[in-house]
Design a binder for this molecule. Structure first.
Ligand SMILES: Cc1ncc(C[n+]2csc(CCOP(=O)(O)OP(=O)(O)O)c2C)c(N)n1
Length: 319
């Protein structure tokens, strides 16, 4: 693997982590309206998976815990922080907020708040790719909490029936809000849901290893691109923070969270850089990201809120 790729993976994972740490701070300062769901701990999933795409032709869609996917697609941190603050310069012009990041230029199609609802829409993107013979593939990220909801099955069924170039990635962080997976799923193997349609399936046991994520998603994307065969992939991961900033997380022990943090995906890649004799580069990237986030914060804080008279702009129906 070439160094540039290693640096890119490390930079993006750091960028997401630092972006979200600042988001948490802004939220406690009451500068962010609405909900804030953090992706901290799961960075290797979005970064590893999206790193195998060709975003000139491929598409990405995710649920509401979406800052990581936006940044992994190349979304700018200044426009992301501005969005969190509801500013007109935000990536969704300050109208989406935390759950509805959007970045058409980088082929990131949101940021969706209703569980599972984005999945048939993602199947629609993949349908368009096939219909237009574009050779593109769609990656659709979802949480483990989405696997029992109707649109999950509708999207899987259409994807299999129409042989769509799509990869569904379940980010299994073991909790849907405060409900542990064992109370909602009758199996420990979530990819087994693929059997009923049918489509290919795979599992990444160690989602903290960005290279394992890359390898599995690479095969799935290749299968989708070359054979129009969809895949359902389960990636095992863990979120460090509560479901949202309002969640004190009383449904799990401190020890469990600490044990997960000890296997941190960013620290792990950082150590790999060290063993390869790239400590200086590691430090340089960390510093660069720090400066980028500082500048992004200044940009976001100094941007304007949208003017009141533009409140109805971008609505589907003109008044
Ligand atoms: C249809 C629907 N029902 C309920 C909710 C409320 N809700 C918000 S997040 C969430 C849990 C989702 O968990 P999961 O899909 O595992 O995602 P994670 O939070 O782990 O990223 C629920 C039930 C919702 N947004 N949409």
């Amino acid at each position: 693997m070439d160094n540039e790729l290693l640096f890119d993976l490390f930079r993006k994972m750091n960028r997401i982590r630092r972006f979200e740490e600042e988001a948490a701070r802004l939220y406690t300062e009451r500068k962010i309206g609405g909900f804030l769901h953090l992706y901290i701990g799961q960075e290797s999933v979005a970064v590893g998976a999206i790193s195998v795409l060709d975003l000139k032709k491929d598409y990405v869609m995710s649920a509401y815990r979406c800052h990581g996917h936006y940044i992994a697609c190349g979304g700018r941190t200044d426009l992301g922080l501005a969005e969190l603050l509801g500013k007109e310069t935000g990536c969704a012009k300050g109208r989406g907020g935390s759950m509805h990041f959007f970045d058409v230029k980088n082929h990131y199609f949101g940021g969706w708040g209703i569980i599972g609802a984005h999945m048939p829409v993602a199947a629609g993107l993949a349908f368009a790719q096939k219909y237009r013979d574009s050779d593109g593939v769609t990656l659709c990220f979802l949480g483990d909490g989405a696997i029992n909801i109707g649109p999950f099955h509708e999207a899987m069924s259409l994807a299999a029936l129409w042989e769509l170039p799509i990869v569904f990635i379940i980010e299994n962080n073991y909790f849907a809000m405060g409900t542990p997976l064992e109370k909602t799923a009758p199996t420990e193997d979530l990819s087994i849901r693929a059997l009923g349609y049918p489509m290919a399936r795979d599992t990444v046991e160690d989602g903290n290893d960005v290279f394992s994520v890359r390898e599995t998603i690479h095969s799935a994307v290749k299968r989708a691109r070359e054979s129009k065969m969809p895949t359902l992939v389960e990636v095992k991961t863990y979120r460090y923070r509560g479901h949202s900033m309002a969640d004190p997380g009383t449904y799990r022990t401190k020890e469990e969270v600490e044990a997960a943090k000890a296997k941190d995906c960013i620290e792990r890649l950082g150590k790999k850089l060290e063993t390869l004799g790239l400590s200086e580069d590691r430090k340089k990237i960390v510093d660069e990201v720090e400066r980028e986030i500082e500048t992004a914060l200044q940009f976001a804080e100094s941007s304007n809120f949208p003017a009141p008279e533009t409140a109805l702009d971008f609505c589907l129906i003109e008044p």
